[in-house]
Design a protein around this ligand. Structure first.
Ligand code: HPA
Length: 239
């Protein structure tokens, strides 16, 4: 397959930077481009999955929506890595807390992701492969997050196939007991796509809700925590 791909309309590889920040929501990609990037050029609107390239503090970066869930997002991860020579994708997303000490607006950086997804079935025989991000990028993000003064947790996340899950209470309690920090829906696929293509993946989240506490949030606080996460990802991006 050549470019443009079925889902990305950029006609030249140069239109997309080496690092792409990817929120699930394409309008959040537009928000990042509008508020943080200079000299912005749009490279995609196929299926409304807006993608832009611009400069952050002189560094060339792209931002693009991924859609929700592993099947949607993996289409974009695979096409960006495989056909546009992208080196690094940083997922910037929201996640639901599964631990008491992981509070609303805290930053979570995934050290690995587990999932009920079947994308690895038949790939590794009876071996349960661990889906992990790039270690250097992870360290860089952790150190930068601490420098910026953000409350930061590093650990395993659950990339769920279902937002409206009917998970057995016992399973939920085991995930908590074994230290899963939060639930989101894409990182397991991102880390697998990055490994498949020999590229780098990283997942950074802001906690938007809790699966164990009834927590309310103001729109202003929510926006601030998105902004913190986006700045962290932009600082970590490599051009
Ligand atoms: N479940 C799955 N994904 C999420 C959640 C959730 O509760 N919150 C934010 N992303």
């Amino acid at each position: 397959m050549t470019i443009p791909t079925p889902h990305i309309s950029a006609t030249s590889k140069d239109q997309i930077a080496k690092t792409v920040l990817m929120p699930g929501d394409p309008l959040r990609a537009k928000f990042i481009a509008d508020n943080f990037l200079e000299n912005v050029e749009q490279f995609n609107e196929t299926r409304g999955m807006l993608g832009y390239t611009g400069y952050y503090k002189g560094k060339r970066v792209s931002v693009m929506g991924s859609g929700m869930g592993i099947p949607s997002s993996m289409i974009y991860y695979n096409e960006l890595f495989n056909f546009y020579d992208v080196d690094c994708i940083i997922r910037v997303g929201t996640a639901g807390s599964m631990q008491e000490d992981v509070k609303l607006h805290d930053i979570v950086i995934a050290t690995s992701a587990c999932s009920e997804s079947s994308i690895n079935d038949n790939l590794f025989g009876n071996i349960h492969f661990s889906s992990t991000p790039d270690f250097e990028l992870l360290m860089k993000a952790y150190n930068k997050s601490i420098d910026l003064g953000y409350t930061t947790h590093c650990g395993q996340v659950h990339s769920s196939d279902q937002f409206y899950s009917e998970m057995e209470p016992k399973v939920f309690e085991n995930l908590r007991k074994y230290g899963i920090l939060c639930v989101e829906m894409e990182s397991y696929g991102l880390f697998m796509a990055a490994r498949k293509h020999g590229k780098k993946g990283l997942g950074i989240f802001t906690i938007s809700d809790s699966l164990i506490e009834n927590v309310a949030d103001s729109a202003e606080n929510r926006q601030k925590s998105y902004t913190n996460m986006m700045e962290l990802a932009l600082e970590v991006a490599e051009d």
